[in-house]
Each structure stands twice: as structure tokens, then as C-alpha cells.
Ligand binder design. Structure first.
Ligand code: GTP
Ligand code: MG
Length: 364
């Protein structure tokens, strides 16, 4: 279809923009978001049955493993980590891999590593890892991860000749990708674990996978786990959603997009303006999504009930999903969504709440 998109689209919201980078513009961007958005819990609920079964299975298998690797997203080092793993951490050699470090600004990594090492305690090792980096750098990370773990594991059980490692974490953080990388790097063998873009690819604790021959090291892949309590905190849900730790086809991606826009504005990250050819920063997510739909020609048609005429308009759901995809590709800036307690000023309170009661508490 050669028609320019503008002609096919009858209705576009006009973009209400705040121009410039002045302090006034910045404060109006964050102030405007102080009207509260009430979000229903159900719109962000994703807790499929395989997660529940996976938790049980991980628990059963834990007794037989020599070391435990928790993989988490480097953009949310604190948020969403399952409590199930805390016990495993105390009982055996443990490493925390903050994966997808390519999506975090290099300047933020050192302070987060220090903070997390202190938080995890001396029996844990903390690594930043990116599977989207040079093979030399990835090789160095994988070597220090494995040698550190095996050293701890052989102190723990000196008579051991082969090692079994459990790899676990929240959904879509790169657990299976890490197993494949370890296997290819240490034994030259091809990938053995299934990987995918959406959360919920690995659904059962599978057979153990050989990643290294000398000494023999086997790993167990596991389904991503979310604590049932994760839904008690809307901030957690929004962050996990933005990082792709929930299946974005099953939750309201426009709510997550709204949170993400708020965060980008609050942190002064404006790359979205250029990326989507906007006139300036926006505060209303519908304006942002309309801009994305226009740029990427995301259109949907519906028939007018009274006239029977076909009306074309922006496909805001597809726009929200594109925004989240771009964020997870690092196109919208490389942010850590959590904040170090020492970081000042802290992000303003989230302009989201579940209920009117919560709204009154946030904004009396
Ligand atoms: N940017 C970036 N993406 C990564 C990295 N590691 C993995 N991914 C991507 O993250 C997505 C999820 O990877 P998986 O290995 O399937 O993640 P998982 O934790 O096993 O996911 P579940 O099995 O669904 O719990 C895939 O699209 C990977 O390509 C990384 O270091 N950086
Ligand atoms: Mg997996």
C-alpha cells in the first residue's frame, strides 16, 4: 500500500509537548504525572501454573546440588528476587549473576556491585554479565564465575569429583542463555537449553546439562520463578514488567509503558524524543504511543457503528509493546530501575496505585 500513512489515519491525538530542557520543563514533566493512575491488580497479573510447579521442583532438587547460581536482571538488582533462593544461598556456595549488564550504563555497575556484595555477604560472589558482549569479555566473566564457584564448592565438599549447579531466577533474565554460553565456552558443544524473547520459555526443571568436561560440571536449568507476594507491591510489578520478566502478551502493556515514560522523564532520559520523531518530551503516555504508532506505522481499523465506515487509528497496544521492546534493546537509555539507598534525590513516589485508599495515602 503506497498511500502515505497520514492519509490513511483519520484520527490522531495532537501531541501535547513540553518543549526545551529547562528546569521548568523538567519539573512540569514530573509534576504533571502527580495525578494518580489507578491500576487494577488483574491488569498486571501473570503467575502461570508452571511457576508454582517450578518452585516445588526447584526445592526438591536443591538438596542434591553443590552450588547455586541466581541469575537476575542487572537493571533491578533488588526488585523481584524470590525469597525461595535466600535459603539456598545460605546453605551452599552461591553466586549472583546480574545479567543483561549491557543494558546498564558502565558507570553504574561498580557502585551496584559493591552494594550487592555487601548485601549478599561473604559466602556469595556477585558478577555483572552480558551475553551481548565481545567473546573475550564474556570468556573472562564465565571463567571467573566457574572458577569462583568450583573453588567454593570443593571447599564445601572436598571429596567431590563432579559438580552439579542449579541455575535459577525470575523469568526471562537469561538463565538458559547463560547455560548455553557456559556449555559452548567450556566444552565447545552446541546450545542445549531453549531460549526465547518472552518470559516463560523454560517450563520445567529439565535434565542436567553438561557444561564442562574437566572437571565434569552439570547444570540444571529451571523455569523463572516469581514469589506469590510479588503482586503486593505495584512498584515491583511495574519494574518486572518493564524488564520483560512477565509475559507482555498477558499483561496490560500500556500501564507498563506509562510507568516507563514516567521513569524516563523523572531520570531526565529523553532519547525517546529523537527515536520517535516527537516535537519534545511528553507526559501523557497516549501521546508517546501515538508518536510510536505514527513512526512505525502501527495502525488498526475498526468499523464505525453508525456509518459502517472503516476508521483507521493508532494501535496503542502495539505501540506500547514496541516501546517495551525498544527499552529492552537498550534504545531508550541504559537505566537501573532500582535506586541505591545513597542515591539522592530519590525518584518521586510512583503516580500509580491499586485503590482509592492507596491513592489517598500517596497524595493526601
Ligand atoms: N540484552 C541482553 N539480552 C540477553 C542477555 N542474555 C539473554 N538475553 C536475552 O533475554 C531473553 C531471555 O533469555 P532466556 O535465556 O530465554 O531467559 P530465561 O531466564 O531462561 O527465561 P525463562 O526460561 O522464560 O525464565 C532472550 O531474548 C535472550 O536473547 C544479555 O546479556 N543481554
Ligand atoms: Mg529459560
Amino acid at each position: 500500500n503506497k498511500l502515505p500513512m497520514q492519509q490513511r489515519i483519520i484520527y490522531w491525538r495532537s501531541l501535547r509537548c513540553c518543549h526545551g530542557n529547562s528546569a521548568d520543563a523538567q519539573s512540569s514533566l514530573t509534576r504533571n504525572r502527580h495525578e494518580l493512575r489507578l491500576v487494577s491488580k488483574e491488569s498486571l497479573m501473570w503467575h502461570p501454573g508452571h511457576i508454582h510447579k517450578g518452585r516445588k521442583r526447584i526445592n526438591q532438587k536443591l538438596a542434591a546440588v553443590d552450588a547455586f547460581v541466581e541469575v537476575h536482571d542487572a537493571r533491578i538488582p533488588i526488585t523481584g528476587r524470590a525469597r525461595l533462593f535466600e535459603d539456598s544461598r545460605a546453605a551452599r556456595p552461591h553466586a549472583l549473576v546480574l545479567n543483561k549488564a549491557d543494558l546498564v550504563a558502565p558507570s553504574a555497575r561498580a557502585s551496584w556491585k559493591r552494594f550487592m556484595e555487601e548485601r549478599e555477604g561473604p559466602s556469595s560472589r556477585v558478577f555483572h554479565c552480558s551475553l551481548r558482549t565481545s567473546s573475550a569479555e564474556l570468556g573472562r566473566t564465565l571463567t571467573s564465575l566457574m572458577s569462583g564457584l568450583l573453588q567454593l564448592a570443593s571447599q564445601f565438599r572436598p571429596d567431590k569429583r563432579e559438580f552439579n549447579i542449579m541455575i535459577a531466577g525470575v523469568p526471562n533474565v537469561g538463565k538458559s542463555s547463560l547455560i548455553n554460553a557456559l556449555r559452548t565456552y567450556h566444552s565447545g558443544k552446541k546450545a542445549a537449553a531453549r531460549v526465547g524473547k518472552l518470559a516463560g520459555v523454560t517450563r520445567v526443571v529439565g535434565e542436567r546439562i553438561l557444561v564442562c568436561q574437566d572437571p565434569p560440571v552439570y547444570v540444571l536449568d529451571s523455569p523463572g520463578i516469581l514469589d506469590p507476594e510479588f503482586k503486593d507491591d505495584i512498584g515491583n510489578m511495574l519494574k518486572l514488567g518493564a524488564c520483560g520478566c512477565m509475559d507482555l502478551n498477558q499483561i496490560d502493556s500500556q500501564v507498563i509503558a506509562d510507568y516507563l515514560l514516567h521513569l524516563l522523564n523523572v531520570r531526565g532520559e529523553r532519547s525517546y524524543v529523537k527515536l520517535y520523531d516527537l516535537e519534545g518530551p511528553v507526559t501523557d503516555v497516549r501521546d508517546l504511543l501515538a508518536g510510536i504508532c505514527r513512526k512505525h506505522r502501527l495502525v488498526q481499523a475498526h468499523r464505525n457503528f453508525h456509518t459502517g465506515q472503516l476508521v483507521h487509528g493508532p494501535n496503542l497496544v502495539a505501540g506500547a509493546q514496541a516501546l517495551l521492546r525498544h527499552f529492552n534493546q537498550g534504545l531508550l537509555g541504559r537505566l537501573v530501575l532500582d535506586q541505591l539507598p545513597s542515591d539522592l534525590p530519590a525518584d518521586p513516589p510512583l503516580p500509580f496505585a491499586y485503590s482509592k485508599g492507596a491513592a489517598a495515602k500517596l497524595h493526601p
